[in-house]
Design a binder for this molecule. Structure first.
Ligand code: OSB
Ligand code: MG
Length: 370
């Protein structure tokens, strides 16, 4: 099958409440929605890049440039027999994983819709439910943090992650631990520390956290390995893992004991399956991260988490935590028992509500196969 058309829209959705991490505060989500058509079927995917290069180097603007000038012209030359062929075809272009992933995921959705099967089936997963966890942003004060955590526990989430940064770490997290002694709890620093903070990070050990996510630099494995030797708490890498090989190397070096996989960060679903397999081979748990996605990306994450290596709840929480009105219907809903039902419809399993997309669209462009 050849692709006939690729369309990109930039959409902007307001967040119900700002999401704050050690790198900044997000009040709206501006992202690219990529649609690919072929054989009379269209598939859609959400790009996880943002306005600023504050999480990783890509931005909406670099993704648009790389799609238009490099990736889209290459996929138009492919005669596809499997969505797994997209990632290797784009491999010679270095980096730009978020751009590659958006295009590749849209091809997977198209493929699943065209085959009339749910995406998880193409990925080798299973139906049923997945376990939901939640990521709680930095809060204005300890009281607000405790209140937010209590609300998420009440909602049924099976694991709570809280964002930390220097000055907002041990004390607030200790308060959560006092109030919820048995809660599966972890922290995420988004690269806010250095090895000079090893002592501070070691002071988390008595709290019995599941893991500390990405305390050190976004491009580091070596210092994380040094740090892991000094900690009892397992380290989990997020930003540092941008390919299946990165996951293999990180686990070999013992730079981490667990891996957070995000499809957009590693270059697509084929690469995410590769990260999953590298973790399973190394006996390390893998879990699925989130990028504050709308339902398009959120449902993709649900399908991915039906693979057997996803033994821990990830960051897939309910759409309604972030968005008043999601772009897909139905939105991602989390049951009282902290699970999400895996959709059985074709592709992502849920329909995009186009009038809502139209209202949120701030820019669009499209390209046809020459
Ligand atoms: O580091 O996992 C992260 C959101 C944006 C960028 C980076 C991260 C996050 C989250 C939120 O933690 C996860 C979510 O709810 O989508
Ligand atoms: Mg993270």
């Amino acid at each position: 099958m050849k692709l006939d058309r690729v369309e990109v829209r930039k959409v902007s959705l307001p967040l119900r409440t700002p999401f704050e991490t050690s790198v900044g505060r997000m009040t709206a989500k501006e992202f690219l929605l990529v649609s690919v058509s072929g054989d009379g079927v269209t598939g859609h995917a959400e790009c996880v890049a943002d306005v600023d290069p504050l999480y990783l180097p890509e931005t909406n603007a670099t993704v648009l440039h790389v799609l238009k000038d490099f990736l889209v012209p290459v996929v138009f030359t492919l005669d596809l027999e499997d969505p797994r062929a997209v990632w290797p075809a784009l491999f010679r272009f270095r980096g730009h994983e978020m751009a590659k992933a958006a295009l590749e995921m849209a091809v997977w959705d198209l493929w699943a819709r065209r085959s009339g099967v749910p995406l998880y089936r193409l990925l080798g997963g299973r139906g049923g439910t997945i376990q939901a966890g939640v990521s709680v942003g930095l809060q204005p004060d300890d009281e607000a943090l405790l209140e937010q955590v209590a609300a998420e526990v009440e909602a049924g989430y099976r694991r709570i992650k809280v964002k930390v940064k220097p000055g907002r770490d041990l004390e607030p997290v200790s308060l959560i631990r006092e109030r919820f002694p048995d809660l599966p709890l972890m922290v995420d620093a988004n690269c806010a520390y250095t090895l000079a903070d090893a002592e501070r990070l070691r002071s988390f050990d008595p709290l019995g956290l599941m893991m500390i996510e990405q305390p050190l630099a976004w491009d580091d494995l070596v210092d994380h390995a040094t740090l892991q030797k000094q900690l009892q708490t397992p380290l989990c890498l997020d930003e540092s893992i941008r390919s299946p090989d990165d996951a293999r190397k990180a686990l070999e070096l013992r730079a981490c004991r667990l891996v957070n996989v995000k499809v957009g960060r590693v270059g697509g679903l084929a690469a995410a399956l590769g990260v999953h397999d590298a973790c399973v081979a190394a006996g390390a748990p893998v879990w699925c991260g989130g990028m504050v996605e709308s339902g398009v990306g959120r449902w993709t994450n649900v399908h991915l988490q039906t693979l057997p290596g996803f033994t821990l709840p990830g960051d897939t929480s309910a759409s309604a935590r972030y968005y008043e009105e999601d772009l897909v219907d139905p939105p991602v809903v989390v049951s009282k028992d902290g699970t999400v039902d895996v959709p059985e419809g074709p592709g992502l399993g849920h329909e995009i509500v186009w009038p809502r997309v139209e209202r949120a669209t701030v820019f669009r462009d499209s390209w046809a196969r020459p």
